[in-house]
Design a protein around this ligand. Sequence first.
Ligand code: FES
Ligand code: FE2
Length: 446
Amino acid sequence: MAISKLIDDRPDEAIFQIDRRLFSDPDVFEAELRYIFEATWNFIGLESQISKPNDFVTTNIGRHPILLMRGTDGKIGAFLNTCRHRGTIVCPFKQGRQKFHVCRYHGWAYDSNGRNVSITEEASGQYPRSFSNENHDLIPVARLGSYRGFIFASLSPDVPPIDDFLGDARTFLDLIVDQSDTGEVEFVPGASTYTFDGNWKLQFENGLDYYHFSTTHSSYVDILKKRNVSAGPEAGFTSEPEDEQEGQGSFSFDYGHAVNWSIKRTQLYGRPLGVDPARLEAVRQRVGNARAKWMLRQRNLTIFPNLQVIDILSAQVRTWRPVAPDKTEMVSHCLAPVGESTAARTLRIRNYEDFFNASGLASSDDNVMYEFCQTGYEATTAGPTQGYLRGAAGVSRGNSVHTRELGINPREWSFGAPSFGGEANFYPGYREWRRLMERAAQEAKV
Ligand code: FES
Ligand SMILES: [Fe+2]
C-alpha cells in the first residue's frame, strides 16, 4: 500500500478525500509513529515546568519515552528516558526535582545534564576495555528548540529550524504569552490524563472543527442560554469595536499548523484578561490595540502533530500520544500567563473546569463522538467520508484585513458568518502528513 496515496488532495477540482484506513490500519499507524511523530518537531513541555536547576518532566515523542530536564548549569536538555545499561526507564515519575537519576535496576546514575556519573561497581574490574571506551551518557534528542517558553524536540535531525517550522503560527503563541507582563506562561498545577478509543487524528480534526459545536455540545449551549437568562440583561458588549463584523475564520500555515478564530461581541468580565480593566489597559498599552483585540478573540491553534492551544474563556494546552490505531492518550493542562491577578486566575480555573477539563461540559461530548467515528470507520466498504469540503469554496490566499492587523502571511485563510465552520483548515495537517509520508517513501522506507 502506498500510504501517501490514501489522501486524495486535488485543490483545482475541489476534491479532498481521506481513505478510512488512515484511522484504523495498523500499518498506517506504525508509519505515522515512525515517519511523523518520530521524524518531526513535537511539543514536549513548557520552560516554566522546569524553571529551576534539576527540575524534570517526563513525556513521550511517539513511542519514545522522553526525560526533559534543566541541568545544574541551568541548561535545558531532552533525553531518551532509557538507561544505557539494559534499557530501563531512568525516571519513572511525571515531574520533580532531582540532581541525579539513579536507575532502579542495577544502579547506574545520571546527572541532570544527562551525563553518566556512576556505573555500579565498575571498579571491581569485570568490564572489558571495550566497555570503558564507550560513552554511557543518556542519549539526547536530535534537535531541541523553544519559542516563548514552549519547548519542542525532534528525534530526527532532518527538520527545519524551530522558528521556520512554527512560522506565523508563532503569532498565536505570542498572543497568549504577551498577556503576561513578564512574557511567561505556566500550567496551573494539576493535569488531566485520559484516553479515548479512537484515532489521534480525530482530536487533531476536532480542535479545528467549529461545525460540530452546536450539535455535539448542544447540552452545553442549553446551559449557556439558561445562565444568560438568570444573569439578566448583558452588561454591555465591549470586547469588539462596534463596526467589527462578527464571524469565524481560519488561517493555515506551512508544516501542518492552523488556527480557528472568531469575532464575537462578548462580555469582557467573562474573560480572564477582561476581568480586570486596569490590567487589560496596561496590556493594550504594551502590545497595541490590534493585538489586544486579538487576545480577546477565541483562538484554537493546532501545531502539528501533537499540540493544541485554545484561548477562550480560559486557556488550555492539549497534547496527545497515539497508543494504537484506535486508542489515544490525552493530556490536558490549564494554561495561564504568569502574574495575572487573583480574580483573573480564579475565573480562568472556574471556566477551565466548566468547559475544558475531562470532567467538564465539553471534552466528554467530543470523546464520545471520536469513539462513534472510530466505530463508524469500520464500515470500510462505505468509501471515503464527505467530511472535508465544507468551506473549501471560500478559501483565499494573500492578504486580508485580518492578516494585516496581525502582520502574518498564512498560506490560506477563510472568513465567514458566525455559522461558518469550514473544514479546509484540516488540509494543512493532512498535507504535512502526506509530505512526511512521501519523504519516507522516497527514502524507500514505506
Ligand atoms: S538497566 Fe539501568 S542500571 Fe541496569
Ligand atoms: Fe468539541
